[in-house]
Ligand binder design. Structure first.
Ligand code: SF4
Ligand code: SF4
Ligand code: SF4
Ligand code: FES
Length: 981
């Protein structure tokens, strides 16, 4: 197919928008409201071109074979200029003193492109105040050009549905919840709107007065300068004024540094540029992230203050009695090496254990496991995937072969049906959730959610199941049996690709709908509906998280999920597959790179002699053959006196492990405990030596996200004072123990990893440069696999296998004494216990503390209200917290977010674990309630988005603008706009 643009033939792809074809040809036309990730909004009218003699909006026109397009004609030019002139009527050009004048301001650049010299429609301020009520960004109505990009982003990309424009008003503006102050609306501060705003109407507060040479002038001086400029404009025109601002803007290049990094919070893997001036973070700018595009959540967009916190550890500390004293690096590292050597000599290498951080880089996890194995001689090596994701990995190892998401986030987006089980996706994996919300809202995707709480995804779902706690395995197996029994299974797929059908079908016999209904508390009709929706969908993705894995049967339930997908042929195609949502930014990578007791990097078994020989040869040492202790067994081994020393980096072990009192008692028994951290955490209190590491912004390396995507992060800041990148610290310790490593840059570490690890054989820093990324497995030639199993499964013979799983009763069940069930999990604004996120003042303001959610019926029964102080007592410990009454929970089920170091929920959780992986059964906790008789304020302040009232609509609703009496399409009457052309 081809069209002609300005007389030249141009090729096109089916469905191409005209504006994309024009842009690809390098022809410059204005396009103020168009953003490729938002699609056509059609509010600005600046992209008018002539097609076959008619004026059309290029952004909204699908290019068709044979079209004759003219981008610059008398009519098209006039229409573009008229449209832009109306925009300038809403926006004062004061570029030289504007914090947005950084070379990428759409309004400035369009003024230049159109050679605008004077405005026909004079600028008119709007009768509204600037809104400064959100701690992270501000809205200036006077500068708002009403392009609606922000509304489109909030309504249809982030799908928080907070923003709208009151098109019918005499003075339209952007509204939050239909007219609330931003800070009291449902805005979740994800920043989408600010990121896509084409001018300075929405700006990060961290930019204000910071980006330019003149932008920090006092307001009176600024106003004076603006008046002077406006005074000369009629005479000299915009040309010289814009030139002046461009000189100033070019000078900012030396002031502002832009560095690509990858988010250090959850496993979605958002990447973006950080704009910095010295150590001040001007803003986070997402644009090209392969996982996120322009998307972020509050943490990735605004949660970086921790890097510059005054609380950062910057000097090594050594225990001196009950206190710590500052020490030199040399003294601290020598002490660590000496004590490790002494303990190894006295009680053997297996009396030491190592825990790597899921927040740190792949290269650092690799070095940590190399230190444990090659230098100390133990496989006692683990990471926090033990606390969350190991059961999901086991379920996938058993059935399909690879322990990772079977496709990409884009597959989830294109699925006909998404099933979410035990995952509060909108809060725990916010950007990934936006893709589901968008597909569901705009593209007819169906959604089933199974959860104890009616979380946001549950509210949006076509079908919400609320099974009894810990019973997902039962209903999943019953639904699978029903699918088989009623001829709904995909036999063509099973015959070709799946082993062990008969044994598996036999194992399903106990799982009748009747039994499932009884056990799970779900109506039989609902279960049939689930089976039918899954069987009828053209493609199904199942997403799950800790609501599934943190149970004694977590591995088995994960296996049941994969069995169901196999039974319905939902692998091997785009838009299908299993998606265990990885929690930490690099929990996938830490396991991939060998921070596990049973595996070398790439899941190569430590007890396989051939594999061991390969690593022995590469590292020049002999290696221990026996698998080591996992995190859970390490704690037991300390209590039994077998483990004497630990080296933990970047993990709040004493808070995040289950049964926190038991863990704390173990840590205090250690002979020698080394913590490597960026803050003095609760776990540091137990340490003998504390080594100050660096956050991700101060080092280079790679992270691997939930979709197996490996991405590079670049150094934004130098390490703060004496702190050091963690890989350097690990190397220093290894060398003091005689290792003679000499890595000078993380890329050299990866050069060692790749040839030893078939899973990432083709990964090089060059192939990951900038925003490039690779999704493992990566072959030596650099080809990767965004969608797994396109040719075969990763099990012997290339076929998947059904893996029968029995029913297991949950532990720590309710009785008359402990009569309430306690669930726990994350909160959107905080990451886990909040060591990093509490450092951001705006996040503290919106979510200052943890709380316990009670159902209205239980609150009435116990005589409590929002703000009441209560004590929860489990069989293992107690905590105090304030009550929030909400319909998100029902009956005798409570929910407590984990964002507290003072009253951590894990004081209440038990030491029961998943039978296979030893992942704690955090979600199986019963408590009793003591009402304390004190009443405080709502622990969720008025400024928390949960109190807001969203205003859902389909995007910006430009048709309402077109219905205004004063609206006419530009070009319908020719007006004379003065330009220099
Ligand atoms: S939720 Fe708030 S920050 Fe996010 S796009 Fe909507 S208005 Fe903007
Ligand atoms: S605030 Fe919204 S409508 Fe106003 S200019 Fe920015 S993106 Fe456009
Ligand atoms: S926390 Fe997760 S969703 Fe939010 S910006 Fe970071 S990676 Fe993206
Ligand atoms: S870019 Fe086409 S109407 Fe705005």
């Amino acid at each position: 197919m081809a069209i002609t643009i300005n007389g030249k033939p141009q090729a096109l792809r089916s469905g191409d928008r005209l504006i994309n074809v024009i842009n690809r040809c390098g022809i410059e036309i204005p396009q103020v409201c168009y953003h490729p990730q938002l699609g056509p909004i059609q509010t600005c009218d600046t992209c008018m071109v002539e097609v076959d003699g008619k004026l059309v909006r290029a952004c909204a026109t699908v290019a068709a074979d044979g079209m004759n397009v003219v981008t610059s004609s008398l009519r098209a030019d006039a229409a573009q200029r008229e449209a832009f002139d109306r925009i300038l009527g809403n926006h004062m050009l004061y570029c030289t003193v504007c914090d947005n004048s950084n070379g990428n301001c759409t309004v400035h650049n369009t003024t230049k492109l159109l050679h605008v010299e004077h405005q026909e429609i004079p600028y008119k301020p709007k009768p509204y105040e600037v809104d400064m009520s959100n701690p992270f960004y501000r809205y200036d109505p006077d500068q708002c050009i009403l392009c609606g990009r922000c509304v489109e982003a909030c309504q249809n990309l982030q799908v928080n549905e907070t923003l709208s424009i009151n098109w019918e008003d005499a003075h339209p503006r952007v509204l939050w919840d239909g007219g609330a102050p931003i800070g009291e609306s449902s805005c979740v501060s994800c920043g989408h709107c600010v990121t896509v705003c084409p001018c300075n109407a929405l700006m990060e507060r961290s930019m204000l007065g910071q980006a330019g040479y003149f932008t920090s002038l006092p307001k009176a001086a600024l106003d004076g300068m603006i008046d002077v400029v406006k005074g000369v404009e009629p005479e000299v025109g915009y040309g010289p004024i814009l030139q002046l601002s461009e000189v100033e803007s070019a000078m900012r290049e030396s002031l502002i540094k832009r560095t690509k990094t990858v988010c250090t919070y959850c496993g979605v893997g958002c990447s973006f540029d950080l704009w910095t001036k010295d150590r001040h973070i001007l803003k986070v700018e997402p644009a090209h992230g392969p996982a996120n595009g322009v998307s972020t959540c509050i943490k990735g967009k605004f949660g970086w203050d921790y890097a510059n916190s005054a609380d950062r550890l910057t000097t090594p500390l050594i225990r001196d009695g009950s206190r710590f004293r500052e020490a030199s690096w040399d003294e601290a590292l020598s002490l660590v090496a000496r004590r490790f050597a002494e303990i190894k000599a006295a009680t053997g290498p297996d009396s030491l254990a190592f825990i790597s951080s899921s927040k740190c880089t792949n290269e650092e996890s690799y070095l940590m496991q190399k230190l444990a194995r090659a230098v100390i001689g133990t496989n006692n090596m683990d990471n926090c995937s033990r606390y969350c994701q190991a059961p999901a990995t086991t379920g996938l190892f058993r059935t399909v072969g690879y322990g990772g998401d079977s496709g990409s986030i884009s597959d989830i987006e294109r699925a006909g049906l998404v099933v979410i089980i035990g995952s509060n996706t909108a809060e725990s994996h916010p950007v990934l959730a936006t893709r589901v919300k968008r597909a569901h809202k705009l593209h007819g995707q169906k959604l089933i959610v199974s959860d104890l709480r009616e979380n946001e995804m549950a509210r949006r779902a076509d079908l919400f199941l609320h099974p009894r706690p810990g019973t997902d395995l039962f209903w999943l197996s019953a639904v699978t049996r029903y699918i088989f029994d009623n001829g709904l299974a995909s036999h063509a797929f099973i015959d070709k690709w799946v082993n062990n059908v008969e044994e598996y079908r036999k194992s399903l016999e106990p799982f009748t709908l009747e039994m499932a209904s009884q056990r799970c508390g779900l109506p039989i009709e609902t279960l049939i509906k689930v089976a039918q929706m899954i069987a009828q969908a053209d493609s199904v993705c199942i997403l799950w998280a800790m609501g599934v894995t943190q149970h004694v049967m977590g591995s088995d339930t994960s296996t049941a999920i994969s069995n169901l997908l196999l039974a319905t042929g939902n692998y091997m195609r785009p838009g299908t597959g299993a998606y265990p949502l990885r929690g930490h930014n690099n929990v996938q990578g830490a396991s991939d790179h060998g921070a596990m007791p049973t595996f070398f990097p790439g899941y190569q078994k430590v007890d396989d002699p051939g594999i061991r020989a390969k690593f022995e040869q590469a590292w020049g040492v002999s290696l221990p053959p026996k698998p080591g202790l996992d995190n859970h067994l390490m704690i037991d081994a300390i209590h039994y006196g077998r483990l004497k020393s630990m080296y933990v980096f970047g993990e709040e072990l004493s808070m995040v492990d289950s049964n926190a009192n038991y863990v704390a008692a173990a840590l205090s028994k250690l002979e020698f405990f080394v913590m490597q951290e960026i803050f003095f955490t609760e776990t540091c209190r137990f340490a003998d030596v504390i080594l100050p590491g660096c956050p991700s912004l101060e080092k280079e390396g790679t992270f691997t996200s939930t979709e197996r995507r490996i991405q590079r992060l670049y150094r934004v800041f130098e390490p703060l004072r004496e702190s050091l990148p963690d890989w350097k610290i690990i190397q220093e310790i290894a060398n003091r123990l005689g290792a003679e490593w000499n890595y000078e840059h993380p890329s050299q570490i990866y050069k060692e990893i790749a040839p030893l690890t078939p899973l990432v054989a083709g990964v090089t820093y060059e192939r990951l440069e900038g925003y490039k990324s690779l999704q493992w497995p990566v072959a030596e030639d650099g080809s990767d696999q965004p969608l797994l199993y396109t040719e075969q499964f990763k099990l012997p013979g290339g076929k998947a296998t059904f893996f029968p799983v029995p029913w297991t009763e949950p532990t720590d069940q309710q009785n008359t004494e402990y009569d309430l069930h306690l669930n726990n999990g994350r909160l959107l604004e905080h990451f886990h216990e909040g060591n990093m996120t509490y450092q951001t003042e705006g996040i503290r303001e919106k979510t200052p503390c943890t709380f316990v959610e009670f159902s209205p019926e239980l609150a009435t029964e116990r005589g409590i209200q929002t703000g009441s102080w209560v004590q929860l007592v489990s069989r293992y410990g107690k905590v105090r917290a304030q009550v929030v009454i909400t319909t998100r929970v029902q009956g005798k089920e409570l929910y407590m977010p984990m964002n507290s170091v003072d009253e951590p929920v894990n004081r209440l959780t038990s030491s029961y674990t998943d039978r296979v992986t030893h992942t704690p059964a955090y979600k199986e906790t019963s408590v009793q309630l003591n009402v304390l008789g004190e009443l405080g304020d709502d622990p969720l302040p008025r400024t928390n988005s949960r109190h807001g009232h969203p205003t859902p609509q389909n995007g910006v609703e430009v048709e309402r603008k077109w219905k205004r009496e004063d609206y006419r399409e530009p070009g319908s009457q020719l007006v004379q706009i003065q330009t220099a052309r």
